[in-house]
Design a binder for this molecule. Sequence first.
Ligand code: SAH
Length: 393
Amino acid sequence: MHKVYLKAGKEESLKRFHPWIFSGAIAHFDNEPEEGEVIDVYTSKKEFIAKGHYQIGSIAIRVLSFNQEEIIDDDFWKRKLSTAYEMRRSIGIAENPINNTYRLVHGEGDSLPGLVIDIYAHTAVMQAHSAGMHLDRMRIANALNEVLGNSIKNIYYKSETTLPFKADLYPENGFLMGGGTNDIAMEYGLKFHIDWLKGQKTGFFVDQRENRSLLERYAKDRSVLNMFCYTGGFSVYAMRGNAKLVHSVDSSAKAIDLTNKNIELNFANDKRHAAFAEDAFKYLDRMGDQYDLIILDPPAFAKHRDALRNALQGYRKLNVKAFEKIKPGGILFTFSCSQAVSRENFRTAVFTAAAMSGRNVRILHQLTQPADHPVSIYHPEGEYLKGLVLYVE
Ligand code: SAH
């Protein structure tokens, strides 16, 4: 196995179990490793400190283990996936009769940096964000098969857009096991079509489950606007929560089709729902003041740190429009899923928007990602979803 030696002092973050080693921390290699290889990491004093997947780029090594004895073999993957599964089972997310949609592996949060696995009924969708996870995909798929047994019939690999484009990997999306097309999954008793072949991310935004469930409690007799609806997740919960009416808006016509399909699946011929393919800003400008529950769940405005200022401006502009139009006594669910935007940043943007609208606003809830998207205490960067539930006088 190749070895890498760090510059003096650069082992400090690893002593605190942070799972990334930046390229600037590296002093030298014994031999230049291949991208995706597992390599051993030594301090400048030649003491073993970690092992992980190597890759060319700013994050050069993603740590898989801090234990020199641990070998990254078939057993390793099985152990890791079993631990991830057991955690979700023990907290009632997996093996739940009314829920078969959950994240089994959440990268660093499950000590597997670079790997995401979402479960949709009998299908696992696997996404690699690092060269190492890509190279190990078959071993991971085999381990998945062993750990989940008969409950899984298909494993779909979807990494064409998530792998570093400079690496010579040429990933192809496709089934590593099975090939089923039965794409209906259940989230807290509601049914959803999951389009893992063409949909965004792994096909569905599993991370809003608990927040959608909270929304259901507030929906009764309200007029709901679900802005950036994508698959209509929030809309379906609002319908079950006995909303008076639910309007879903997304700029993508495909998203609107998906939303309509999911409403049909759960509430066929229910006239309370309508969906519109339109730009969010335009819709918010032209709409009246009929809504007393508005959801704003936009795509990540800041994918990188340098885009932060524009992103905050985007959140401010979006939220100000909602504050100006929402009915007195209305409730606003507002989110940011940009990793580069901190909780404080987001709250400041929403605070500024509230002040600009002149409305009196109270924070009812501060939301985050659900328990199947855990944050490693050693990797606070893993917290990305931020939400506020606001009561607008
Ligand atoms: N709330 C969704 C996830 C939203 S993902 C859920 O719970 O699953 C973000 C969505 O915003 C995407 O579907 C994308 O098509 C849509 N979108 C992006 N830019 C937009 C814009 N300017 N106006 C309206 N929708 C937009």
